[in-house]
Design a protein around this ligand. Sequence first.
Ligand code: COA
Length: 396
Amino acid sequence: MAAVVSNWSAAWRAIRFARSLQPSLIPCLKFHASASPMMATVDEFNHAKSQMGTLKEDPGNEAKLQIYGLFKQATVGPCNTKKPGMLDFINKVKWDAWKSLGSISQEDARQKYCDLIGSLLAAEGGAAEVAAQPAGSAAAYETLLVTTEDNITTIKLNRPAKKNAITTEMYHEIIRALEQAAKDESVITVFTGAGDFYCSGNDLTNFTKIPEGGMQQMAKDGGELLREYVKAYIDFPKPLIAVVNGPAVGVSVTILGLFDIVYATEGATFHTPFSQLGQSPEGCSSYTFPKMMGTAKASEMLLFNKKLTAVQACEQGLVTEVFPENSFQTEVWPRLRAYAKLPRNSLALSKQLIRGVEKERLHAVNDAEVERLVERWLSDECMAAVMSFFQTKAKL
Ligand code: COA
């Protein structure tokens, strides 16, 4: 049985490789009618060949097949050998790789071979650069600390003096950091906060910066930003893990329903005081919370502002596991580093399977929540609550 399974998986892989090598499906193997004006010389081709041996990492089977096909085309010309039999998987995929190049000239194949080796070398150089200078280091972000290390991209909210309240600028930066993390070499992405708080939610001063178009414009712009912000999480392709290092409020709580794992320190709390602020839930929580914890428990939080302890949040499915305060960081990070050693594609594709079925619904929920909030932000109830927050602060 095992042999049959292994043969079938080899056959499946072979078909996939062969398909993936169809010129129309591979941008770098799209051939143009006119040849590139600068063709690689034989010396350059030989140099690229020797450079291939310096690659530090295995470029993967797909790239190796492209390299093989281009090498044969460059040195022999169009494929001139008999098609291997169906069960001769390895030679069949190699033959397919060569054959798929059709009648492109040997010069053109030489050039494409050099380009491919060059891009693989550059990718390795690029990865090293990322490690040396973390993706989006302090120079790139004003409100976040973003690092990539041990296959983990960490996005740390970095306004500890304001309990990591999320300003407009910070929303933009988080969206950008998520976009970068989605594309970088990391296996998992981790969110956490600097200081004693995880995050105190939307920065209420966002409501005091009225643009030229007045309150209507402020609410409209805020709605669009929130929609993009939540969308970045819904569409995030890799495992997303929250390391909740302290109390969490508002949007930093609601968005947790879109995370794959939530680890919390014992002292963390989870609070969504929407009705207190004349607002309504966001971050898809109007859907994810009832689904996770049942409508009755979700309503206590989302309608009646119930603040949960970490242990309660864990019992209700919002948190994966709670750790003692004094060993939180030392227990969580080794575990995350171990997760990050798992195969990148397997994790990403499995996450996408789990979340894929819900994506359309989540986008619809996001749209509906944003529409409601834009209306709420313009309400007297909300304005009075925000004014009251700042008045209380002023009195202290
Ligand atoms: N928006 C704007 N400023 C915020 C903020 C927020 N969401 N959360 C904290 N801050 C500011 C405080 O105004 C204070 O600023 P100051 O030092 O200039 O006075 C600073 O961060 C520290 O907060 P402080 O209130 O002194 O700390 P605390 O430990 O007593 O309380 C909170 C922390 C988070 C419980 C309290 O600040 C709070 O309730 N914030 C509002 C949370 C909120 O309603 N978020 C929106 C949810 S929808």
